[in-house]
Design a binder for this molecule. Sequence first.
Ligand SMILES: [Zn+2]
Length: 101
Amino acid sequence: MDIEIKIEDVQLIMGDLFSPGFQACLDSTYCGQCEDNCTSVKIEKLWLNHLGDVIVEGSCKKCNGKTNRYIETGEHAESYDQAMAIRELQIDLLKCYNTRF
Ligand SMILES: [Zn+2]
């Protein structure tokens, strides 16, 4: 299950890696529609999966095609812990979150 997060959450998860790492990821995304290897993504939604990875759901700034960018934040221990804390908070305490399977 993925939960919807906000850009502030991504900032918390990535910590020192957020700037300029996050934008760099967005600017080097593969788009299946126009087959550009490093197009830029316009963010529509942000998701956090159970592995602590962030998934950007958005559109290609070049062709406007649907594009997803997978950011492996879960591979960093600190980011993983922060991601799990956010998941726990949203799921257990707030109970107001969007999910997808
Ligand atoms: Zn494209």
